[in-house]
Design a binder for this molecule. Structure first.
Ligand code: IMP
Ligand code: MG
Length: 185
């Protein structure tokens, strides 16, 4: 059965990345991860940053053929309005210990880079075997701090995007594509 694709609403300007393109890129990233971790003996701990990464993470993880477990963290970041720039706070930590384990952090989008830079430092301090990062989208024009990304879906221009987990004020997360949006306010 073919499901109808939700149409663009008036807030959404255009589809930037359609569902088929997303699917094939996620397959490619999963193949890379399968190759890179093919020799691990302990399960890879995949840590999704709630909520935006959930769709990417579940699609990616279902294509993995290496031992892995999934876990989540929730954080809040300040600085979107200029104050307390780049401050990140944990709302929920991993359930699993990451000490002596291989860890893959999964994020929806790299913007200023503060979130992933902070998480990398925080995780490294717990002495994992390794920490790598996967992001679905990257806005290179917005970086304020550099952090190494090991698996990346797509580079995008400096526009607000929604869908495939990404939101605008909690809306639009479940769109199956990435759309550029024009916030009304
Ligand atoms: P940063 O890299 O620390 O600046 O923050 C990245 C976070 O900002 C992401 O995890 C998203 O929650 C949010 N974000 C940045 N750009 C967008 C966007 O275009 N749409 C939706 N969320 C975004
Ligand atoms: Mg986020």
């Amino acid at each position: 059965m073919q499901l109808a694709i939700p149409p663009l609403t008036e807030d959404l300007k255009r589809v930037l990345i359609d569902a088929d393109t997303i699917r094939s890129r996620v397959d490619e990233l999963a193949a890379e991860i399968n190759r890179d971790y093919k020799d691990i003996t302990e399960p890879l701990v995949i840590v999704g940053v709630l909520k935006g990464s959930v769709f990417f993470l579940t699609d990616l993880a279902r294509k993995l053929r290496i031992p892995h477990i999934i876990d989540f963290i929730a954080i809040s970041s300040y600085g979107k309005n200029g104050d307390k720039r780049g401050e990140v706070r944990f709302l929920m930590d991993t359930r699993e210990s990451i000490t002596d384990r291989h860890v893959l952090i999964v994020e929806d989008i790299l913007d200023s880079g503060h979130t992933l830079a902070y998480l990398t430092q925080n995780f490294e301090a717990r002495h994992p075997l390794s920490v790598k990062k996967a992001v679905f989208l990257d806005k290179p024009a917005r970086h304020e701090v550099e952090t190494e990304i090991h698996y990346k879906g797509f580079d995008i221009p400096d526009v607000w995007v929604v869908g495939y987990g990404l939101d605008y004020k909690e809306e639009y997360r479940t769109l199956p594509y990435i759309a550029e949006m024009i916030p009304k306010n």
